[in-house]
Design a protein around this ligand. Structure first.
Ligand code: KIV
Ligand code: ZN
Length: 540
C-alpha cells in the first residue's frame, strides 16, 4: 500500500498498550468485542497483543486475526480488513510467536522493538550501541523473512541521542522495516521537541521518506495528543493511539482526541483519517465496559460532560446559535446514545434486528437470555436507548472466568438498624450457597457476603457507579477494581522478571445499583480466583 501524503493511518494499541493499564486485563470475549468495535470504527491497524507474553495472549491474537483480520466486517467503510499487528521484542523467539499468531490475518504485521536511550542500554539491556545496531539489523531482517510488513520501534526514542537514533533507524530501513515508530515511551518530551525529533529523522535518515514514520506518545505530562499532532505536522503519517487514552501509567495518546483534532481543524492540518467519527462514543463505551476503566466526565470528546452546557451564559448562547460554544456537533462523534430504540412491547425479532444493526451477533441462547433481561428492564424502564442496550449486552456477555454466578440478593438498609445483605451464589458445579452479612451500607454488606461465599482475599481499590442515561429509572453501571493481597502477590507470575501487581476489574449493569455492584464485584473476584488458581498450579 503506497502511503498517500494527506492520509494519517490510525494504529490502535488499546488491546496492547491499553491492556497494560493496571486492572484492564480483558477476557478473550471482551477482546473480541473491542476488536470488532475497532474494525467498524475504521482503524487501519489493530495491535492484537503481545503473543510471546503467554499462550493465552498468543491465542487471543490468533482469535482476533480470525474474527476481524480476514475480511472487512459489515459496517466498516473500507473494503479491506484492518492490518492485524503483534508485538515482539527483538528476539527470534518473540518474532516466531508473533508470526505463529498472526498467520490467519489477510494483512499481518510484526512490530518489533529495542530500546535506544542510554538509560535503557546501560541499566535494562546492558548492551553497547554497536550491539544494539547489530541486533536491530538481524531481528528486523528475521521478522521480514517471516512477514512482509514489519514495523520497528526504538523504545524510549524521546530520550535517545538523535545521532544514534538516526543510525538505528537507517539500519532498520536497510533490514526491511516499512514503518518506523518513534515512541516517547515515558511521556517526557514537549510538542516542539517531539516535532523537531520527527523533522530531524525525516531530514537525516536516508530512506526515511520512503517509509511511514509513526508517532507513539505517552501522557505522563498530559502532552501525548499535543506531541502526536506536532509529530504529524512534522511529517509522521501514522499515529499510535488508544481508545479513551488508556495505557501504562497516565496512558497513551487518545484516539478520539487525535482524530477529532485532525477532523475539526482540517483547514489547519490538511489531513484525513479513515475513522468513522460517529463510532467514537460507542467504541469508547465498549472499551470502558470491557476494561472496567471509567471515562472521566470531563474527558474530551467521549466524556459524559463533553457536550453539556451548564452555565446560564453558555446555555443562552447555545439557544441563540450552537456555534457560540460548540466546535463540533455531538452527533459527529456518536454522542446521541439517548436515541430511543425499543419499548416494553417490542418483540424478540425487533430486539434481534436492533442488536444486529448495532453490530452484535448473538447465539440463539444468548438472544433468549438477553430478551428475558430486556423484558424485565423494559417493565421498569418503559423505553430503552442504544446505550441501555449496549450496557445489557455487555452485562450478559459470557465470561470465561465464571467460577460463581449471582443467584439472588436481598438487602435491608435505611436510617435505623444495621445494613444487611443476603447473597446467594451458584458455583460452576451448580451448587448453591447463601450468606448474610452486615456492613456500613448495603454495598459493603453485600461485598462482605460475597467474600464469605467465594473466598479469596482481596482489597477493593475502586468502586464507580454511573447511570447509562439520564432519568430516575436509568440503568446503573458499576465498575470495581480489586487487588490481590501481598502474600498472594508473592506467588504471582512475573513478566521479564518483574513481579506484577495483579488487579482485576469487573463490571455490572442493572436498574438496581446494589445488584449491579454485586455483579461487578463477583466478576472481579471470579477473575482473581481463576487467575490465582492458574498461578497456584504453576507454583506446584
Ligand atoms: O511506549 C513504548 O515505547 C512502546 C513500544 C513497545 C512501542 O509501547
Ligand atoms: Zn507505549
Amino acid at each position: 500500500m503506497t502511503p498517500q501524503p494527506d492520509y494519517v493511518r490510525i494504529f490502535d494499541t488499546t488491546l496492547r498498550d491499553g491492556e497494560q493499564s493496571p486492572g484492564a486485563t480483558m477476557t478473550s470475549a471482551e477482546k473480541r468485542e473491542v476488536a470488532v468495535a475497532l474494525a467498524r470504527l475504521g482503524v487501519d491497524v489493530i495491535v492484537a497483543g503481545f503473543p510471546a507474553a503467554s499462550p493465552d495472549d498468543l491465542a487471543a491474537v490468533r482469535m482476533i486475526c480470525e474474527r476481524v483480520g480476514r475480511e472487512s466486517l459489515p459496517g466498516r467503510a473500507s473494503p479491506e480488513p484492518p492490518i492485524v499487528c503483534g508485538l515482539a521484542r527483538a528476539a527470534k523467539g518473540d518474532i516466531d510467536r508473533a508470526w505463529e499468531a498472526l498467520r490467519p490475518a489477510k494483512h499481518p504485521r510484526i512490530h518489533t522493538f529495542l530500546a535506544t536511550s542510554e538509560i535503557h542500554l546501560k541499566y535494562k539491556l546492558r548492551m553497547t550501541r554497536e550491539e544494539v545496531l547489530l541486533r536491530v539489523g538481524e531481528m528486523v531482517a528475521y521478522a521480514r523473512s517471516r512477514c512482509e510488513d514489519v514495523e520497528f520501534s526504538p523504545e524510549d526514542a524521546g530520550r535517545s541521542d538523535p545521532e544514534f537514533l538516526y543510525r538505528v533507524l537507517d539500519t532498520a530501513i536497510r533490514a526491511g522495516a516499512m514503518t518506523l515508530n518513534i515512541p516517547d515511551t515515558v511521556g517526557y518530551t514537549t510538542p516542539d521537541e517531539f516535532g523537531a525529533l520527527i523533522a530531524g529523522i525525516l531530514e537525516h535518515v536516508p530512506g526515511a521518506r520512503g517509509v511511514v514514520i509513526s508517532v507513539h506518545c505517552h501522557d505522563d505530562l498530559g502532552l501525548a495528543t499535543a506531541n502526536s499532532l506536532a509529530g504529524i505536522r512534522a511529517g509522521a503519517r501514522q499515529a499510535e493511539v488508544t481508545v479513551n487514552g488508556i495505557g501504562e501509567r497516565a496512558g497513551n495518546t487518545s484516539l478520539e482526541e487525535l482524530v477529532m483534532a485532525l477532523e475539526t481543524r482540517r483547514a489547519k492540518f490538511g489531513l484525513r483519517t479513515g475513522v468513522d467519527t460517529t463510532q467514537l462514543v460507542p467504541t469508547s463505551r465498549v472499551v470502558m465496559t470491557s476494561t472496567g476503566i471509567v471515562v472521566p466526565p470531563n474527558k474530551a470528546i467521549v466524556g459524559a460532560n463533553a457536550f453539556a452546557h451548564e452555565s446560564g451564559i453558555h446555555q443562552d448562547g447555545m439557544l441563540k446559535h450552537e456555534e457560540t460554544y460548540e466546535i463540533m456537533r455531538p452527533e459527529t462523534v456518536g454522542a446521541n446514545a439517548t436515541e430511543l430504540v425499543l419499548g416494553k412491547h417490542s418483540g424478540r425479532a425487533a430486539l434481534s434486528a436492533r442488536l444486529r444493526e448495532l453490530g452484535h451477533e448473538l447465539t440463539p441462547e444468548g438472544l433468549d437470555k438477553l430478551f428475558a433481561r430486556f423484558k424485565a428492564v423494559a417493565e421498569r424502564k418503559k423505553q430503552l436507548t442504544v446505550a441501555d442496550l449496549e450496557a445489557l449486552v455487555h452485562d450478559e456477555a459470557p465470561s470465561e472466568a465464571e467460577a460463581f454466578v449471582l443467584v439472588g440478593l436481598q438487602v435491608a438498609c435505611g436510617t435505623s438498624g444495621m445494613p444487611t445483605a443476603t447473597v446467594r451464589v451458584a458455583s460452576a458445579d451448580g451448587k448453591e450457597r447463601t450468606h448474610a452479612a452486615v456492613g456500613t451500607g448495603p454495598v459493603d454488606a453485600a461485598f462482605k457476603a460475597v467474600d464469605a461465599l467465594v473466598g479469596g482475599e482481596s482489597r477493593l481499590l475502586e468502586f464507580n457507579v454511573h447511570s447509562v442515561t439520564e432519568g430516575i429509572d436509568a440503568i446503573g453501571q458499576v465498575s470495581v477494581r480489586v487487588e490481590e493481597p501481598i502474600d498472594r502477590e508473592l506467588r504471582s507470575p512475573t513478566r521479564d522478571g518483574v513481579r506484577e501487581r495483579r488487579i482485576f476489574s469487573g463490571h455490572g449493569a442493572d436498574t438496581d445499583i446494589v445488584v449491579a455492584s454485586v455483579k461487578a464485584y463477583l466478576k472481579a473476584k471470579n477473575r482473581m480466583l481463576v487467575a490465582s488458581g492458574a498461578a497456584e498450579k504453576e507454583c506446584a
